[in-house]
Design a protein around this ligand. Structure first.
Ligand code: AMP
Length: 587
């Protein structure tokens, strides 16, 4: 077996590695470090958790230990898709370069350019940056990239998802042709293949795990359920109740968890809802300011925060060694994200549990995930009965009534014929005593469009709401056909016919100012009611295809805005030290 001392690393780097407690190199380290030290390009196909960060930082420090940086001319460049990942890479440099005199700068948004400029002016050996911020500095004439000897692209597949590939290509054109490139990606999408063919020269290719592999130490479970009603509020409410029940069912074994949601709006709602029910939860996503994100993440890392509710991008690549559970509040629409998400638990040989909630509209995502991981996700017993619990509460009864029984009966024919899944009525339900979020309205009333939906329709009169909420949009409930192609233009509770009066906003009918009353009324409302509003916002947000929305939502703000505001942005100072600066606008 290879040992670190076989790898030709600088003795000071070896010392730091020993102090970090590593005994043997991981496969990506054993595979990537020797060619990197020989000056060869490396193509590492590895996901986070494999030790890939050290596989490029250790040889880089060894290479950079010789020589010094000149003003404004960094000697190496590490490009990361998100600020968290960039900060994590910077921490790795701190750990492994502690016995070597190297300077570094972290160029991520949110911190004043001035402070970052000062660092660059002094000369840095390692520049760790997100692509947009790096180009901003370059365009301001503050950065010269002609002395870059080693360039690292980390998490290239995520760069692709976030729309950074044009920036990456541009940066490749700005660094010397003779540089060495260390390129890492968890998957090799055709676009990534194209980039590597174009910009890497005869790379040593090291693939440590198949893209679909999930650690064997992770116990996966799928909670398949059909919300008792189709309206979005009820479905979302029940999903949140199911999440709480799933958490409760895990008991003390769930020491901490990352809860993933596909949309930022849901990240906020789920976190708020959990907090309302007494759970120690905080959201993290790209719209929160950097100091807030850092605080939340630090709290979670240090065990002060139990539940981190996260979007994919915010949590991407995060290395938090002991996360007992991952919950997928939504199944991800990209199958690879499932592997990434559940990989947040069960790290470094520990055991972990990944529980995913799936509703009928997730069928096609589920199929893609199971196809990718090449096995079915074991179905778990539902810890909570959606129909029974909600209705019982609404009607002040302890048990579901005959109507609910009928309701379930209705679902029996449609649900549960899927691969490996038992239908919910047959599932051994282990109910957990958790409160439903709020007493429900009577059935008919509940199935009317919500106020926010009606207001939104009024505002968007003439357009049918796209309603890209997945269960509506894709509409691929078994037995209902796939309506995804039409954008799921369905009027909840009223069939596809939308009477004209519904399409008028309250304000128009009253002659009042448009939408003002909605926001006023919304101020004091509960999480559920805010869901209405968020739902309406979401419908607007989702007027672009999901992927684009994701990229737009999580990716860099337009450069013009960044540049304009950049000098005014305050440095929170939280992550700033003499040799490092933090923040960015990219993620
Ligand atoms: P990464 O894939 O770079 O996110 O690393 C995942 C985790 O593995 C980090 O917590 C590293 O500190 C840890 N790690 C990296 N290399 C080794 C090693 N050779 N032995 C044990 N742990 C390691």
């Amino acid at each position: 077996m290879t040992s670190f001392s076989d790898l030709n690393l600088n003795p000071k780097v070896l010392k730091a590695v020993t102090e970090a407690g590593y005994e043997t190199p991981t496969p990506i380290q054993a595979g990537a470090i020797p060619p990197a030290l020989e000056g060869r390009d490396v193509l590492g196909i590895a996901q986070t958790g494999t030790g890939k960060t050290a596989s490029f930082t250790l040889p880089m420090i060894t290479i950079l230990a010789r020589g010094r940086a000149r003003a404004r001319m960094p000697r190496s460049l590490v490009l990361c898709p998100t600020r968290e990942l960039a900060a994590q890479v910077a921490e790795n440099f701190d750990t492994y370069a502690k016995h070597v005199k190297l300077t570094k700068a972290l160029l991520i948004g949110g911190v004043s350019f001035k402070e970052q400029d000062q660092l660059i002016d002094k000369g840095v050996d390692v520049l760790i940056a997100t692509p947009g911020r790096l180009l901003d500095h370059f365009e301001r004439g503050k950065l010269i990239l002609t002395d870059v000897k080693v360039m690292v692209v980390d998490e290239a597949d995520r760069m692709l998802d976030m729309g950074f590939i044009p920036d990456i290509e541009r940066i490749f054109g700005l660094v010397p042709f003779t540089r060495q490139t260390l390129f890492f990606s968890a998957t090799m999408a055709p676009e990534i293949e194209r980039i590597t063919n174009t910009f890497l020269s005869n790379p040593a290719r090291i693939e440590v795990a198949r893209q679909a592999s999930a650690s064997e130490t992770i116990t996966q479970r799928l909670l398949e359920f059909r919300p008792s009603r189709r309206d979005r509020e009820t479905a979302a409410k029940e999903k949140r109740a199911m999440l709480r029940a799933a958490i409760e069912a895990e008991g003390a074994a769930c020491t901490n968890a990352i809860i993933f949601s596909n949309r930022k709006v849901d990240v906020d709602i789920v976190a708020k809802s959990l907090k309302k029910y007494g759970y120690d939860a905080e959201p993290i996503h790209g719209d929160l300011d950097q100091s807030h994100r850092t605080r939340t993440l630090d709290g979670f890392r240090e065990g002060k925060l139990r539940f981190l509710v996260a979007s994919d991008v915010a949590a991407r690549g995060l290395d938090i060694p002991s996360v007992s559970h991952v919950f997928n509040y939504d199944l991800p629409s990209h199958a690879e994200d499932y592997v990434h998400r559940i990989g947040r638990t069960g790290r470094a040989g520990r055991s972990g549990v990944a529980i995913s909630i799936a509703v009928p509209a997730d069928d096609k995502y589920l199929a893609a995930i199971e196809n990718l991981i090449a096995k079915p996700i074991p179905r778990g017993d539902l810890p909570w009965s959606p129909t029974g619990a909600i209705m019982a509460e609404a009607e002040g009864e302890a048990k579901p009534d005959a109507g609910n029984e009928r309701d379930r009966e209705r679902h029996r024919g449609r649900r549960g014929r899927g691969k490996g899944g038992r239908h919910e009525a047959d599932q051994a339900t282990t109910p957990v005593a958790i409160p439903a979020e709020a007493p429900d309205q009577p059935q008919e009333a509940a199935e009317q469009p919500s106020r926010a939906e009606r207001m939104d329709r009024g505002e968007r009169r003439g357009q049918k709401p796209r309603g890209d909420y997945r269960s509506d949009n894709h509409g691929n409930h078994r037995g209902e056909g796939d309506r995804g192609g039409r954008g799921g233009e369905r009027t909840i509770g009223m069939g596809d016919h939308l009477p004209d009066f519904i399409a008028l906003s309250f304000d128009e009918r009253r002659g009042g100012p448009p939408r003002a009353s909605l926001s006023d009324e919304a101020t004091d409302e509960t999480v559920e009611d805010q869901t209405d509003i968020a739902g309406a916002e979401e419908m607007k947000e989702q007027a672009v295809p999901t992927l684009e929305a994701k990229a737009e939502a999580e990716a860099p703000k337009p450069k013009r805005r960044r540049r304009k505001k950049a000098d005014m942005v305050d440095d929170s100072g939280e992550n700033a030290t003499v040799t490092e600066v933090a923040a960015e606008t990219e993620a």
